[in-house]
Write a protein that binds this ligand. Structure first.
Ligand code: HEC
Length: 69
């Protein structure tokens, strides 16, 4: 899905997701939602999580890579 998604990039996305998105609620499993649903949630939740730009992008890439198919 993301040809430029290296292991480090995905790992960094996972860590950011755990730290930032897991601060308020459980870290919902990536496979619990579709890629499109993740796009919506990340767009909606990023402000609360203080995420923008590249940090926001790597979190979305991580979630979409392991999303429900
Ligand atoms: C400041 C607290 C806070 C942070 C940080 C946060 N969330 Fe949330 N999130 C909430 C609250 C509160 C809800 C409950 C529903 C609502 O208010 O929209 C929620 C709901 C959700 C839901 C929907 C749950 C359901 O019932 O389907 C998803 C998915 C989600 N958040 C993902 C994320 C992601 C991804 C991030 C990181 C980018 C994130 N959240 C960061 C507070 C937070």
């Amino acid at each position: 899905m993301f040809p430029e998604a290296t292991r480090e990039r995905l790992e960094s996305g996972r860590q950011t997701y755990t730290l930032r998105c897991g601060a308020c609620h459980e870290t919902y499993a990536p496979a619990s939602r579709s890629p499109t649903e993740w796009e919506w949630s990340v767009a909606e939740m990023s402000e609360r999580a203080g995420l923008a730009g590249e940090r926001q992008k790597i979190v979305l890439e991580y979630l979409q890579t392991f999303a429900q198919r």
